[in-house]
Write a protein that binds this ligand. Structure first.
Ligand code: ATP
Length: 199
């Protein structure tokens, strides 16, 4: 799977609708300070379901909506769409091209779409869980994070490597199973109590 294009409209500095196309292989984005290079990676994080405004350099989520310039009125929504080449069928969808879209209005209404079908964030998370993409995967390394890896303690570094190696999803499933086991043990103990009362 690879990223073919990012469409953005009303997201941060992208007041006009932009369609940034990528070829397979390495792409470098260059531009002066403050011209919006990092806003591109913020857009990727956001559309993949980023819930923390701080992670995309804002204070509240509304900050992702274009808030106007001296000559231009603020917009009332932000839109980002990722176009992914899925000919490899890495994403478990029967489609050669997958579109992931997120839209946020100033009144707080928020929508996600997978291939133009309204979806929940949970479905987007699940789609990317096994793919090495997704907002929790280490596919975006921001300024400062390289330093963090170098300064990390051994167990923290191990966590990063485990995540990169795809161990995370098994850890998550293990945790879910443990929770179910605990619930079952609690139920069993309750049943024992009832039996005891009846005897
Ligand atoms: P640097 O090279 O300094 O890291 P950059 O090219 O990565 O810069 P960004 O940090 O992506 O630049 O872009 C910041 C710009 O985006 C600023 O000019 C800021 O005013 C603008 N910006 C951020 N949020 C909004 C918004 N909601 N509305 C309008 N402009 C915004």
């Amino acid at each position: 799977v690879y990223l073919k294009a990012i469409e953005a409209h009303g997201f941060k500095s992208f007041a006009d609708k932009v369609n940034i196309k990528f070829d397979a292989g390495v792409t470098a984005v260059v531009g002066p300070n403050g011209s919006g290079k990092s806003n591109i990676t913020d857009a990727i994080r956001w559309v993949l379901g980023e819930q923390s405004a701080r992670s995309i350099r804002g204070v509240k989520m509304e900050d992702v909506i274009f808030n106007g310039t001296s000559g231009r009125k603020p917009m009332n929504f932000a839109f980002v769409r990722l176009v992914l080449d899925n000919r490899s069928k890495t994403l478990q969808l029967d489609a050669e091209e997958v579109h992931i879209t997120r839209k946020l209005y100033r009144n707080g209404d928020s929508e996600y779409y997978i291939n133009n079908e309204k979806s929940r964030l949970k479905e987007i998370n699940e789609l990317f869980l096994d793919s090495g993409l997704g907002r929790n995967a280490y596919n975006i390394i921001s300024q400062g994070e390289v330093d963090e890896v170098l300064k990390a303690k051994p167990d923290q570094r191990r966590g990063l490597i485990e995540e990169a190696a795809g161990v995370m999803k098994y850890k998550l499933r293990k945790k879910e199973s443990e929770k179910r086991l605990e619930d079952t043990a609690a139920n069993l103990s309750r049943v024992h109590d009832i039996i005891h009362e009846l005897e």
